[in-house]
Design a protein around this ligand. Structure first.
Ligand code: LRH
Ligand code: MN
Ligand code: MN
Length: 427
């Protein structure tokens, strides 16, 4: 489905008077506070978040899946869906593939299709957490950390294969989420499992093209419930430091035990120049993969506070970051959920951009705790949505993405084209 641009213009026209009023009020306040609204708008407009190819269908849980219909049935249709999102918000200009869930059979054609929607390919993800058909050896007891060299070699070869797919598409990074771990005490020797994994990572690292990076994603538990080889940011950082400058940590917001101070982890990674990127989502209990900003929007803002501070600071020297969503949609329409997620990320970014940094530094130096909180919360409690809407308007996107999606009956159209029983492959 290709979106008719005039629909967006019509939508924007209907909304424009009210939008202008809200924007004028906010612009006046921000200008008084010493901000350049145009500079903020440019930053917001440039901020792009990659959409995961595995998040375009209704995820459900292991207990059941209630698909909504009209879901993409192929990689081509997934790219079309991301193209739709990008046309609506001009903020989702990349897609991140999971292989072998989404193998590009004809890389040239896939790349052309993506380019026709102005989409790029962000990090490619490998998968050694499931056994695939026609696979020689099983990953039941691990992959890159396995006690059997044969299994490790198979998992290494898969990762190198994924890099090759990425090269064909113009990706510049490989994300490894290694699920390996144990379910019972005594099952494995922790140190040796780490050393075997390091050896496997080193072989994958050696296969990275020059400008490539490898992201080492951590997660405390699930699918294994006693120990995980790359369980936390410390383990991720340790692997990255041992591997070399192309290896960077990947922070998936759902991969922390309850109440972990994620913003401090972000600061530490940045301090070491070792932050690669994010898998954005939100969580109440575990790796819930909920809509970004739906549960802990203040945490998201605090993370962006660290990111903006770090990116502006001469003391921090970190490579450019990869921004990706990793959410699953239990009961919502995935496209609506993704529009909401992108909006939440950009909102946190915009709020972090309007923090009065000088005043905050002064409050910190004077140990004025109350004032420091006032400064942060003044930014957090500012409704920055008119800025996001204005950035979209200027880019030819919709003022209100979710309303536009609904008014234009996009899901209904997709159901008509693909069928009420079209369910996406993937998770
Ligand atoms: C693991 C994870 C990882 C996978 C994705 C499907 O929980 O976050 O990023 O690749 O989910
Ligand atoms: Mn993830
Ligand atoms: Mn996850």
């Amino acid at each position: 489905m290709i979106l008719d641009k005039s629909l967006i213009e019509q939508h924007n026209e209907k909304q424009s008077a009210l939008h202008q009023k809200k924007l004028d009020t906010l612009t006046a306040v921000l200008s008084d506070e010493g901000h350049s609204v145009n500079a903020i708008l440019d930053k917001i407009a440039a901020f792009q978040v990659a959409i995961p190819s595995w998040a375009l269908g209704t995820g459900g849980t292991r207990f059941g899946r209630f698909a909504g219909g009209g879901e993409p049935r192929s990689l081509e249709e997934k790219i079309e869906d991301v193209g739709l999102l990008h046309a609506i918000n001009q903020s989702s200009g990349a897609i991140s593939l999971h292989i072998p869930w989404d193998i590009p059979q004809n890389a040239k054609a896939i790349q052309q299709l993506a380019a026709s929607f102005e989409l790029k390919f962000d990090a490619v993800n490998s998968n050694t957490f499931q056994d695939q058909q026609n696979q020689d050896l099983s990953y039941k007891y691990g992959s890159l950390s396995h006690t059997d060299k044969g299994v490790r070699d198979q998992a290494i070869a898969h990762n190198i294969e994924v890099i090759k797919h990425g090269v064909d598409l113009g990706s510049k990074a490989l994300t490894i989420w290694l699920s390996d771990g144990t379910d019972f005490p005594g099952q494995q020797n922790f140190r040796r499992a780490f050393q075997r994994t390091l050896d496997s990572f080193q072989q994958i690292y050696a296969a990275l093209p020059d400008e490539w990076k490898v992201f080492v994603e951590y997660k405390p538990y699930e699918p294994h419930f006693y120990s995980t080889v790359v369980a936390d940011w410390g383990s991720s950082l340790l692997f990255c430091q041992k591997l070399g400058e192309k290896a960077l940590g990947l922070v998936d917001l759902g991969h922390h035990l309850p109440n972990t101070n994620i913003e401090q982890i972000v600061s530490r990674f940045l301090m070491e120049g070792k932050l690669g990127g994010f898998h954005f989502n939100d969580s109440k209990y575990g790796d819930d993969d909920l809509t970004v900003g739906s549960i802990k929007p203040y945490q998201l803002f605090l993370i962006f506070n660290e990111l903006v501070e770090g990116m502006q600071s001469a003391e921090v020297n970190n490579p450019e970051l990869s921004w990706m969503i990793d959410a699953s949609h239990n009961i919502k329409d995935p496209l609506e959920d993704l529009l909401q997620s992108v909006e939440a990320i950009k909102m946190a970014y915009a709020q972090a951009l309007i923090i009065d940094r000088k005043a905050l530094e002064k409050a910190q130096a004077e140990n004025d705790v109350t004032q420091a909180q006032e400064i942060l919360q003044n930014a957090y409690r500012t409704d920055v949505r008119p800025l996001l809407a204005q950035a979209r308007l200027q880019a030819g996107a919709a003022l209100h993405p979710v309303s536009f999606y609904r008014e234009s009956n996009i899901r209904e159209e997709l159901v008509k084209q693909r069928g009420a029983k079209a369910f996406a492959t993937g998770l």
